[in-house]
Design a binder for this molecule. Structure first.
Ligand code: KIV
Length: 296
């Protein structure tokens, strides 16, 4: 089995993303949580490959992103790292890894760089993260912000709801975006906000914006890989577009295998190993002799 790479372009860096924004060339981003998916996403030429904390729900079956730990994230980050050569590999800082203290947050972000080999980390929140972002930049760790519908704030938001719908909420989002931009983020993810608000933020900030449920006017778009493949079990959000049906593919393949084993159709003779001709002849002679002796 082989997959052909279409990707001979240079490595994506923070500069590439800035240049793309300046040239108004859309930035592409997808999640990937393991070696095969990261490799395929990278070989398809996606710019930013995010080991999102959404893996808590998508890969580990939790009902929110909150429970996933640094060690669980790192396990997936290392696998993805082995698959990514061209895109920029980014790790999501999980809930609890940076909210308690900047010191602990910086230590955890450094683990992602040192043990996971990522090129940037992503964290949720705007104005209130400025000091922490400075701390990470001091440690030479590029940072992506994430504002709008921030899943780690599910309890304070009172559920997964579109954000930035009132004037005061829009003003706060603008303050958050500008604060992240001034703090020096290399990009910011805008999730679950009206397209008009995302457009205003995108026009206002130097850093590239990457939207998810934030409309078409962002500098780039991200989706969860398993969502576009129909491999998540929850009803899809409004912004999810299916580009394939991996659930049907896997389910049909598994059912066909079960059927073939149960009916004796698998494995066929061509799918079996055989002895070399002489060894086979010798074995047959031995078996024949045994039968002859047993027959006497
Ligand atoms: O965890 C994640 O997958 C994310 C993206 C949806 C932006 O944060």
């Amino acid at each position: 089995m082989s997959v052909t790479s279409i990707n001979s372009s240079p490595k994506v860096t923070t500069t590439t993303l800035l240049e793309k924004k300046q040239r108004r060339e859309p930035i592409t981003s997808l999640t990937a949580y393991d070696y095969p998916s990261a490799r395929l996403v990278d070989e398809a030429g996606i710019d930013v490959i995010l080991v999102g904390d959404s893996l808590a729900m998508v890969m580990l079956g939790y009902d929110s992103t909150m429970p996933v730990t640094m060690d669980e994230m790192l396990h997936h980050v290392r696998a993805a790292r082995r698959g990514v050569k061209h895109g920029m590999l980014v790790a999501d800082m999980p809930y609890g890894s940076y909210q308690v203290s900047n010191e602990e947050g910086a230590r955890n972000a450094a683990r992602f760089v040192k043990e996971g080999g990522v090129e940037a980390v992503k964290l949720e929140g705007g104005e209130k993260r400025v000091e922490f972002i400075h701390r990470l930049l001091d440690a030479e760790i590029p940072v992506f912000g994430h504002i709008g519908l921030t899943p780690q704030s599910v309890h304070t938001m009172g559920g997964y709801k579109v954000q930035g719908k009132t004037l005061s909420a829009i003003e706060q989002l603008m303050r958050d975006a500008v604060a992240l931009d001034r703090a020096g983020v290399c990009g910011m993810y805008l999730e679950g906000i009206p397209r008009e608000v995302a457009a205003m933020i995108t026009a206002e900030v130097k850093a590239p914006t990457i939207g998810i449920g934030a409309g078409p006017d962002c500098d780039g778009q991200v989706l969860v890989l398993h969502d576009i493949l129909n491999l998540t079990f929850a009803p899809p959000a409004k912004f999810v577009r299916h580009y394939g049906d991996a659930a049907a593919l896997i389910s049909n393949a598994v059912k066909a295998f079960k059927h073939d084993v149960e009916s004796g159709a698998y494995p066929a003779d061509e799918e079996s190993y055989h002895l070399p001709r002489e060894a086979r002849a010798t074995i047959e002679t031995i078996v024949d002799r045994k039968h002859a002796v047993g027959g006497r």
